[in-house]
Ligand binder design. Sequence first.
Ligand code: NAD
Ligand code: 0WE
Length: 263
Amino acid sequence: MGFLAGKRALIVGVASPRSIAWGIAEAMHEQGAELAFTYQNDKLKPRVDKIAAATGSDIVLPCDVASDDEIEQVFTELGQRWDGYDILVHSVGFAPRDQLEGDYMDVVNREGFQVAHDISSYSFAALAKAGLGMMEGRDGAMLTLTYLGSVRSLTGYNVMGLAKASLEANVRYMARSLGPKGIRVNAISAGPIKTLAAAGIPHFRKMLHHVEETAPLRRTITPREVGNVAAFLCSDLASGVTGEITYVDSGYNILGMTGLDES
Ligand code: NAD
Ligand code: 0WE
């Protein structure tokens, strides 16, 4: 029996088979969790239907996290299928395209800042809050996805770095707030992966090669590797872990002074 047997998980953030959330869904399903999914818009629904079918789920609900009404509606509908749930996975990030091209000081503006923080950070607390009633009394766990650009300045990540810093602080404040209810809140900081969110990012291939050449493991990571750690963090095996940012990045974040090693 898997270590998530008897657990029910809501997965927010599948957009394609390459999505990190897809790897998380597969890993959680393999460990025996029952799954439900949301999709951002009608264009993405067929993809989400596919991963739902592949993991034995027929709960697929619309949710644009920019909308308070749609967030409320998810839990109204989920409540008609499940009397409660144990795991929330938030794998959502967005900034307007112009924010990720060019130098930070040249491109940052009020609208870009606001959207990045709203969609990439606030939405985690908003989903957690809207679904809290359904998680209370069940030793629940919540998980979000972050990136190194929250704590280091990286070319082009720009206002997304600020939004991820906010998201990581959100993890700590949510952990403090929900801990007394027995609910744990954690994040995985993933290394770069070629997903839709990476499509069109200038020099993304170069970044993958840089990781392959310098990270301690000398390779990039896969959505499934993130999924396995996500399954662990959301399981009772991690019952003493909350408020943490766990790196799944081939060890890249521990490095200083790269580029001098021979192999
Ligand atoms: P992805 O494009 O597959 O997933 C991003 C998801 O965000 C999509 O499912 C999209 O529908 C959703 N989304 C965006 N705006 C939304 C909105 N308004 N309402 C609802 N959903 C919305 O890409 P991914 O790489 O799997 O990204 C998932 C998470 O992982 C993001 O938070 C991203 O920042 C983070 N992350 C990605 C990488 C990487 O290199 N790919 C590395 C570290 C962290
Ligand atoms: O979090 C991300 C990217 C998130 C993202 C991607 C897009 C592309 C489409 C947010 N908003 C948008 N808006 C769009 O219109 N990552 C961790 C992937 C990523 O993006 C980078 C990276 C890495 C890694 C940008 C610059 C440098 C590194």
